[in-house]
Design a protein around this ligand. Structure first.
Ligand code: NAP
Length: 253
């Protein structure tokens, strides 16, 4: 057993067109996986696929038809990485039904439908498999103006545990990575403000901004044989944001 190798394994990564999904795809390529990159931006994916010797699949998690077609075209998959996700920041009382539905559909319903289809095919094939969901700091914490996103990321964390329990009999390990503050297109504008960086330094033990490449190695490990006895876990990659606090006190010499 080569604990960190993905040689001979096929990995389907959603949200692979940029950000955390692209970093995971690159790291899995380095670890030897055959990659299937999925997102809505097909032209972008085609360029990346050529670079990584991968296949590109158009996937819109807001469309059941698109999800079914992508799952069909993907064929045999050993590793499913559910990265694609969106966020809309608003006061809870101001969310429109349309915004609520869009976030729920992308982050939960679409993920569920794809995981059902890919998981069913893993079960029928009988070779086991790995499912890695991307949660968030919001899987653990409540933050203001993120209520609907938080609701979806809590659901992703709980689905991870339930599926780990249910699919262990098929040798499918299901885990969730909960990234903290990672600079991507999802939040770049928000982090421009100086007081945001100061606030982060005050609450996070390892106080720098995270990068997508900080998240990718854990995804490789959770996809590789070395993690075969790890399932149902929500593992944070957040510089300590979910587990530590800072305070101004220093003990006397
Ligand atoms: P990002 O740069 O905005 O990337 C989002 C990805 O999701 C893109 O590849 C996008 O591709 C894809 N996507 C969006 N809507 C889609 C849809 N309807 N169907 C298919 N693909 C769709 O964001 P990111 O920061 O890398 O986020 C990736 C994941 O990490 C998300 O689940 C996010 O919630 C989670 N996360 C991020 C952070 C952070 O600080 N950045 C922290 C915790 C968790 P197309 O536009 O090409 O479809």
């Amino acid at each position: 057993m080569t604990p960190f190798s993905l040689n001979g394994k096929t990995a389907l990564v959603t949200g692979a067109s940029r950000g955390i999904g692209l970093a995971i795809a690159r790291a899995m390529h380095e670890a030897g996986a055959n990659l299937i990159l999925a997102a809505r931006s097909k032209e972008k994916l085609d360029v990346l696929a050529a670079e990584l010797g991968a296949r590109a699949l158009e996937l819109d998690l807001e469309s059941s038809e698109s999800i079914q077609r992508a799952a069909q075209e993907a064929g045999d998959v050993d590793i499913l990485v559910n990265v694609a996700g969106i966020n809309i920041r608003r006061k809870f009382e101001d969310y429109t039904r349309e915004q609520y539905d869009k976030i729920l559909q992308t982050n939960v319903h679409g993920l569920v439908e794809l995981t059902q289809l890919v998981g069913k095919s893993m079960i029928v094939r009988g070779h086991g498999g790995k499912i890695i969901n991307i949660g968030s700091l919001a899987t653990h914490h409540g933050l203001p103006w993120l209520s609907v996103y938080t609701l979806t990321k809590g659901a992703v964390g709980q689905l991870t545990k339930a599926l780990a329990a249910e699919w262990a009999r098929h040798n499918i390990q299901v885990n969730c990575i909960a990234p903290g503050f990672i600079l991507t297109d999802l939040n770049r504008a928000m982090w421009q403000a100086d007081d945001m960086a100061e606030w982060r330094k005050g609450i996070q033990a390892n106080d720098r901004m995270g990068d997508a490449s900080d998240v990718a190695p854990l995804a490789v490990f959770l996809a590789a044989p070395g993690s075969n006895f790890i399932t149902g876990q929500v593992i944070s990659v957040d510089g300590g944001a979910s587990t530590t606090m800072k305070w101004p006190f220093t003990p006397p010499e």
